[in-house]
Design a binder for this molecule. Structure first.
Ligand code: RB5
Length: 142
């Protein structure tokens, strides 16, 4: 299960991305927001980080206008490693190297087609498991 959430800035892209990923066979749980009415991105980021930490979701996707507010919020939660990605190389590298469990996207920065590709790569790439990357991740987690 993939948990997904946005604020109003990411709402429209979230709807398109849900459809894209469901068409690819992924199961998604939408944690809001549910309209373009102005809202606070941390409220929705925390719903997804909670779901990832509890095991309800394997990974999370968070969208806001820039992706920055969502990534700042998610990365303050212990056990969450969130990557704000605007390119395909980073989406692959962050799964291989950082074993990130949350993808952040900026809906006012990244167009739908690129966002779809980034999400496909992020969800389709396994962590390398290399010892050096495990050591570095352990240092993040403290
Ligand atoms: C909302 O206007 C905007 O600040 C938000 O979507 C996001 O870009 C914050 O980082």
């Amino acid at each position: 299960m993939i948990g997904i959430a946005s604020d109003h800035g990411g709402f429209a892209l979230k709807a398109e991305l849900i459809k894209h990923l469901e068409d690819k066979g992924y199961e998604l749980k939408d944690y809001g927001c549910f309209s373009e009415e102005s809202c606070d991105y941390p409220d929705f980021a925390h719903k997804v980080t909670d779901a990832v930490l509890s095991g309800e979701c394997d990974k999370g996707i968070l969208l806001c206008g820039t992706g920055i507010g969502m990534s700042i919020t998610a990365n303050k939660v212990k056990g969450i490693r969130a990557a704000l990605c605007g390119d395909c190389f980073s989406a692959e590298a962050t799964r291989l190297h950082n074993d990130t469990n949350v993808l952040c996207l900026g809906a006012r920065v990244t167009g739908p087609e690129l966002a779809f590709k980034i999400a496909d790569i992020f969800l389709g790439t396994e962590f390398s498991g290399d010892e050096r990357h495990l050591r570095r991740i352990a240092k993040i987690e403290g």
